[in-house]
Design a protein around this ligand. Structure first.
Ligand code: ADP
Length: 165
């Protein structure tokens, strides 16, 4: 069995990584698919996000990291799977995730979404929270892999060194 774990990963957090590790232990191959969404302006470029995830999942032999744009179902099909993995942290995730899962099944009824609940100690973690803490100089070492912590410091140092208008 093969599954696709799609997301923005802007940036990867330890919550995402926990989900990748647990998901990879359930399937033969887990494809982590990084969304290149032209409608969003991410803090980290697609190349940076791919690098962050590849560096952080090097210990997982059955994890493959790719990028995609367009529909998740098309991406999954082109990688030979109809199984999508997503994570749930709280009720607030549930409504959104259920809507996406129904949308995907309306596009192709053969699709299934499996949800893994967050590990309790990562339930507060999101990419936005991490960026907010890093922006104001707080330590994010317990929230993200080392490669991401370094990128966050670089990103906000260069953002603050720009002349203010
Ligand atoms: P998207 O923009 O597609 O929501 P994200 O990168 O924010 O992309 O999240 C990808 C998936 O990972 C979502 O299913 C989200 O619920 C899940 N996720 C995010 N943070 C955590 C966490 N701390 N624990 C478990 N799942 C998480």
């Amino acid at each position: 069995m093969k599954a696709l774990y799609p997301g923005s990963f802007d940036p990867l957090t330890l919550g995402h990584l926990d989900l990748i590790e647990r998901g990879a232990s359930l399937v033969e191959e887990l494809v982590v698919a990084v969304l290149q969404n032209p409608g969003k302006s991410p803090a980290f470029s697609l190349e940076q996000r791919l690098h962050q995830i590849r560096c952080s999942t090097g210990h997982l032999a059955n994890v493959n990291v790719i990028s995609f744009d367009g529909l998740t179902v098309e991406c999954a099909k082109s990688h030979g799977t109809r199984l999508i993995l997503r994570g749930l942290r709280a009720m607030s995730d549930f409504e959104y995730e259920l809507q996406i899962a129904h949308t995907n099944r309306s596009l192709d009824p053969d699709f299934e979404t499996i949800f893994l609940s967050t590990s309790a100690h990562y339930s507060f973690l999101s990419s936005s929270v991490v960026k907010e803490v890093a922006r104001f100089g707080g330590s994010v070492d317990h929230m993200v892999p080392p490669v991401v912590a370094e990128d966050l410091v670089r990103f906000f140092n260069s953002a603050f060194s720009q002349p203010q208008r």
